[in-house]
Design a protein around this ligand. Structure first.
Ligand code: FNR
Length: 363
């Protein structure tokens, strides 16, 4: 049953990637162009640090799969690409392993193929502390992701209908595992209120996983025979909206959900994320074109991110939070309703004295 669901998710998610388009709120975020960037390419370092975690690059392959023969093969391919490019990687939910230990290898193949990489295990918020530990042990994981997916469960015919235990259980898992815990959504986004609650539970990092890419309402609707919830397709907050909402929430955040290219990575970092992740786009590449194509694509993203940071005068990912950005359209309306000041983002480099405002006469 679980294995079948995992195969469905991969199939429908890959299909969605083929039909993505339309307005995207990342496009409501643009950088003010300053023609004197003031730095050279070798000045740029992609390294990022947040919540006691250190990554060489601010890009990761986010949670997807495992639990069936087909998804084990995908995990192997993703892990090889992560090893070759040095990006961190997460497995999909490990519930299938808790239900049937014989599928362990469909997850542990990630560690086998990527012995020195940064690997995140993934569980749901109902997982027992013992299972959370088993997940970390199986992968010798460097961090544990807990996913929040109430909308997905609601549309899933066989999904959970009880969510009250999630908060208390997250606190228990945080206290019971000895790796950092990252709590993530699955494509509907984390609100500021949720991020603040997670912070107070001792969660180390919040991955907003917002709307704009893989849509699990649509996937679960596609899996239903009848009486669907298609009116929930496209629900939730976009990733840039979540990042703006969570500014200064006192906990590091990650940008994922609808990240399409290196510019979206830079936008996510500029809106305060410590790193950006993608799932659907990388899944499609590996399924359609194979591991070498995924390695090339990730390498290209990293190369172009460095190029973009150079032209923006940002030596580090954190420097991007001092670049001037304009927020327009629907996203600006969201900010107005949520009481988020956007005008100061458009001139913030002045108060920080970033490179282009401190070059001799051009101050
Ligand atoms: C996912 N995602 C996911 N997340 C999670 O925490 N546990 C999981 O088991 C899964 N499973 C899963 C399967 C497939 C096939 C996809 C494509 C995605 C959600 C994923 O981590 C991410 O939050 C969303 O996909 C949004 O990012 P993208 O796809 O828009 O980059």
């Amino acid at each position: 049953m679980i294995a079948h669901r995992k195969d469905d998710h991969v199939r429908f998610a890959a299909e969605q990637q083929r039909h993505l388009g339309g307005h995207h709120q990342f496009d409501d975020v643009s950088f003010v162009h300053h023609a004197l960037a003031g730095i050279d390419r070798p000045d740029v370092s992609l390294a990022t640090r947040f919540g006691g975690i250190e990554w060489k690059v601010p890009l990761y392959i986010n949670a997807m799969t495992g639990g069936s023969e087909m998804t084990g093969a995908i995990n192997r391919d993703l892990a090889i690409a992560a090893r070759e490019t040095g990006v961190p990687i997460a497995t999909g939910s490990m519930s299938a392993y808790f239900a049937d230990a014989s599928v362990a290898e469909t997850f542990s193949v990630m560690r086998l193929e990527n012995p020195a990489g940064f690997i995140m295990a993934n569980v749901n918020a109902n997982a027992s502390v013992e299972n959370a530990r088993r997940a970390v042990d199986l992968l010798q994981a460097d961090a544990l992701q807990i996913h929040l997916n109430s909308l997905q469960e609601t549309v899933m015919a066989e999904g959970d209908r009880s969510f009250s235990a999630w908060g208390p259980q997250i606190e228990k898992i945080v206290a019971g595992v000895d790796v950092p815990v990252i709590v993530k959504e699955v494509g509907f986004g984390l609100s500021r209120e949720t991020v603040l609650m997670l912070r107070d539970m001792g969660v180390r990092v919040a991955d907003v996983a917002g709307r704009g890419g893989t849509d699990f309402a649509r996937i679960e609707n596609d899996r239903r025979d009848r009486a669907d919830y298609s009116y929930l397709n496209g629900s939730g907050q976009s990733t840039p909206a979540c990042l703006l909402d969570a500014q200064d929430a006192g906990i590091p955040v990650l940008a994922s959900g609808g990240v399409r290219n290196p510019l979206d990575v830079a936008r996510g970092l500029a809106l305060g994320a410590s790193a950006a992740g993608a799932s659907g786009p990388f899944l499609k590449t590996v399924l359609d074109d194979g591991v070498p194509a995924l390695i090339s694509r990730i390498s290209e993203w990293l190369d172009q991110l460095e190029a973009l940071m150079t032209v923006l005068g940002a030596r580090t990912p954190a420097d991007l939070t001092r670049c001037d950005v304009l927020v327009r359209g629907d996203l600006r309306e969201f900010c107005a309703d949520r009481g988020i000041e956007t005008r100061r983002l458009a001139t913030r480099s002045r108060s920080h004295g970033t490179t282009h405002t401190t070059i001799g006469n051009f101050r």
